[in-house]
Design a protein around this ligand. Structure first.
Ligand SMILES: [Zn+2]
Ligand SMILES: [Zn+2]
Length: 306
């Protein structure tokens, strides 16, 4: 299985348009050691031909253009077979609306994430202009299914969604109550090698279920949004704490770094990194700490072979 990171930052990107924090200012001015990052998305393949996108970020167009393997191979074509959504946050699904150029799309999501996207959304009509412009394929919690190509044939990969503590998207808070299908992690397996990728980019809490499956993974992408619980409050007095935003911080006493320290995972990568997070700076103490613990920090263009 080959994995390519298209975008590695949390909502807002790095730098964020309205942020003048030390990191955002520094990366704009070139005064800190850090790479700019677009909003989280990765793509995977088992055969180097057909690709699956995880998330449809607001920067999807730029992300597709950034990677030649995702470019059309003839008139009106895309190697992207389907898009998988882990939740309905705008930074993960807004990009769907940018793919409106009369091309059939296949989207894997839970029923909740699908409903959250299509209900009361007049912009969704742009993806319904002809029959089968968009096809939703259902992710049900705990069910492993083959990840199918656009033509319905197997891709060599299977996918299973698991409930991960998280929360509803901000824009749906008034309408719905919480549901385990609001936020999922993905277990993606390559059938020929048995290699397993765990994709957990939004995690409020490490549940017993997560503790159980983490040691089975060859590689895990994990929520790297915040280093500390009060990180956002330091740049915005109206900001929320990490836990209120459903992200377990990395560096706190009960943070992911210490909770996951004893679990053996060959490759561990923080992704969905917020622009305020000190691990973005390559020479920071926090970056050193995560590296010493065996973690990498995802960057746009990062590639791995499992
Ligand atoms: Zn996000
Ligand atoms: Zn910032």
């Amino acid at each position: 299985m080959r994995v390519r990171v298209l975008g590695s930052s949390a909502g807002g990107g790095f730098p964020q348009w309205n942020c003048g924090c030390e990191n955002c200012r520094g990366v704009r001015e070139g005064t800190i050691q850090a790479l700019p990052r677009t909003q989280e998305s990765v793509c995977i393949t088992a055969d180097n031909q057909d690709w699956f996108l995880i998330q449809a970020s607001p920067e999807i167009r730029q992300q597709i253009e950034s990677f030649a393997s995702l470019h059309p191979r003839h008139l009106r074509h895309s190697p992207i077979q389907a898009i998988v959504l882990t939740n309905g946050d705008l930074d993960h699904c807004l990009g769907l609306l940018s793919l409106r150029e009369s091309y059939p799309l296949i989207v894997y999501a839970t029923e909740r994430v699908q409903q959250g996207f299509i209900e009361n959304n007049s912009l969704y009509r742009t993806l319904q202009r002809f029959p089968n412009q968009i096809t939703w394929r259902r992710l049900s919690l705990g069910h492993e299914i083959p990840l199918l190509r656009g033509n319905g044939k197997p891709s060599g990969l299977t996918i299973e969604a698991m409930a991960v503590p998280g929360q509803r998207p901000l824009h749906l808070r008034t309408q719905l109550s919480d549901d385990p299908e609001d936020n999922v992690g993905l277990k993606i397996c390559e059938s020929s090698t048995g290699r397993t990728l765990l994709y957990l980019s939004s995690v409020k809490k490490i549940s017993p279920e997560l503790y159980k499956c983490l040691p089975l993974a060859d590689c895990v992408f994990f929520d790297g949004t915040f280093w500390s619980e009060n990180e956002l409050l330091a740049v915005d007095s109206k900001g929320k704490r990490a836990q209120e935003m459903a992200h377990i911080p990395i560096g706190e006493k009960n943070g992911s770094l210490s909770l996951l320290a004893k679990i053996h995972i060959p490759r561990r990568i923080f992704i969905h990194v917020n622009n305020t997070n000190p691990i973005l700076r390559e020479d920071s103490l926090e970056r050193q700490l995560v590296q010493d613990a065996g973690w990498s920090v995802a960057y746009d263009g990062m590639e791995l072979e499992l």
